[in-house]
Design a protein around this ligand. Structure first.
Ligand code: SF4
Length: 506
């Protein structure tokens, strides 16, 4: 049984050892081969099943995969691509999904014996991939002060240790409570309630690093920080613009939606620094043509953008649309602009001051290609634009995403079937988490209702987002880091920051 004395005497709490967090040099044998001509197909099936059976075993793996993304089944713990509302295919998952599930449901286990054999110094030299492959933790572990080996600790003592460390803090804001989109809505709601009752809004989240810029940009432009389309809209769209996203790797089942859109006559424009295979051609592994044939060509117009040249390109496309409007009219949706937007005159005037030379130079795209894209967009009746980290992780991301909104407002391509904005998120429940309160700057209404419902006064100070949290841990302003990532236990147990000697344990 662990005691306060044990903790203060340095047996309970880990020590801030001088361990340089250098990523381990993992010598990988780089294999360079020809660029694949299509995504999906038999290789994806083989890779998915191989990994699943390797980790989960044949029968267990097969049962788990048959339940993945089914209505009464298991939600994929990987990306945030939605499931069809109606008919689901028997294998409603992609290679990434199968791997993510297999990783969660792996039969590999690591017991305290593993940690008795491997010191922290030794483990810190291993790659994340190697550590992940060791399997799931069987019980809680603690790193006593000055020790170099993790030791088993009972759940009761582990919770006690967390409570002692939190109570020792001078203020609740010396603790950071991280979480990610791998956490269910229910667990995330309870987590934020616990943190706010503890007295902090320090709730950084993985979305701080992925679509935060989207939430800010859309909230300012259209009043809501979320996408405006559903999966069904992909079947109605006649034009899809993919920008800063590689669906073949990030959201593989999206390829099915793009394929069916193509079959409905949709035109796809892809904007990316690399001609990624998943943007070019897709072989649906559940179709004969996908297994034996050449699959479906996806992108009609590929624009090989300079990194972070997206804003210049979007301005170029809109400038071309304004010029088309001037030359032949009926390109812009004037009624929509007049009745649903404001600021058009200033926007158009500012766009006219941007030179084509600057646009071509900054985007890296020839004017003829920009004109081609504008022609396609000018013909579009129902257009969807999708984007991901290739756009959101730039310092000017908010302004760039608002250019996408401008493009849609110019043609009234929002808020109707087959048209709208589609930020594609990376984690399955990142949107859910934010909605149930995992946010470092919560709205006053949310806190008012939370306090009224649970009978306490929630903290009102803005908390740390992920970047602030990392800085606070570096400066020592934060002394406890409690990650609750809904991630299955991997060999990185909580390492409480040793507190400076304090007068009295709370
Ligand atoms: S597309 Fe995303 S959510 Fe769907 S199965 Fe693949 S990884 Fe999972």
């Amino acid at each position: 049984m662990i005691s306060d004395e044990d903790v203060s005497a340095g047996t309970g709490a880990g020590s801030r050892r001088d361990v340089r967090a250098e990523p381990p040099q993992t010598p990988v044998e780089l294999k360079v081969g020809p660029i694949k001509q299509s995504a999906g197909g038999p290789p994806a099936v083989v890779s998915a099943l191989q990994y699943a059976w390797q980790e989960m075993g044949l029968s267990r793996g097969a049962i788990a995969l048959m339940r993945l993304n089914q209505k009464d089944g298991i939600d994929c713990p990987s990306c945030a691509w939605p499931d069809p509302d109606d008919q689901r295919s028997p294998a409603e998952f992609c290679e990434n999904g199968a791997r993510a599930l297999a990783d969660e449901a792996t039969e590999r286990r690591i017991t305290p014996r593993f940690f008795a054999q491997h010191s922290v110094a030794e483990l810190s030299q291993q790659s994340d991939h190697w550590l992940n492959k060791q399997g799931r933790l069987t019980e809680p572990l603690v790193l006593p002060r000055g020790a170099d080996y993790y030791q088993p600790i009972s759940w009761e003592d582990a919770f006690k240790l967390i409570a002692i460390e939190l109570r020792r803090l001078n203020t609740p804001d010396e603790a950071i409570f991280y979480t990610s989109g791998r956490t269910s809505n229910e667990a995330a709601f309870l987590y934020q309630l616990f943190v706010r009752q503890f007295g902090s809004n320090n709730l950084p989240d993985c979305s701080n690093m992925c679509h935060e810029s989207t939430s800010v940009a859309l909230a300012e432009s259209i009043g809501i920080g979320k996408g405006t389309v559903t999966l069904d809209d992909f079947n109605r769209a006649d034009t899809i613009l993919l920008i800063g996203q590689n669906p073949g790797t990030n959201h593989p089942r999206m390829l099915t939606a793009l394929q069916s859109a193509k079959r409905n006559g949709c035109t796809i424009i892809a904007v990316n620094p690399l001609p990624e295979t998943g943007l070019m051609r897709f072989k649906h592994p559940q179709e004969v043509s996908g297994l034996l044939g050449s699959g479906t060509e996806l992108t009609d117009l590929f624009l090989q953008i300079r990194i972070n040249g997206d804003m210049a390109l979007l301005k170029g496309i809109m400038k071309a649309l304004l010029e088309l409007e001037e030359s032949r009219g009926e390109v812009l949706d004037r009624e929509f602009i007049d009745t649903k937007t404001n600021g058009f005159a200033g926007f158009a005037a500012a766009l006219n001051t941007v030179s084509w030379d600057a646009i071509v130079a900054q985007s890296g795209i020839a004017r003829t290609q920009i004109a081609a894209a504008a022609q396609i967009i000018a013909r579009a009746e129902r257009m969807i634009t999708c984007w991901a980290m290739g756009l959101t992780q730039h310092t000017n991301a908010v302004a760039t995403i608002q250019e996408i909104v401008h493009l849609h407002l110019l043609r009234g391509q929002i808020g109707r079937p087959g048209a709208g904005l589609c930020p594609v998120r990376g984690h399955s429940n990142v949107q859910g988490d934010r909605t149930v309160g995992i946010v470092e700057r919560p709205k006053a209404e949310f806190l008012d209702r939370l306090g009224a419902e649970f009978g306490f006064a929630p903290p009102r100070r803005k908390g740390y987002n992920t970047v602030d949290a990392i800085k606070a841990m570096h400066t020592g302003a934060a002394r406890v880091f409690l990650p609750w990532a809904g991630i299955s236990c991997r060999p990185r147990p909580i390492r409480p920051t040793p507190p400076p000697p304090c007068s009295a344990a709370a």
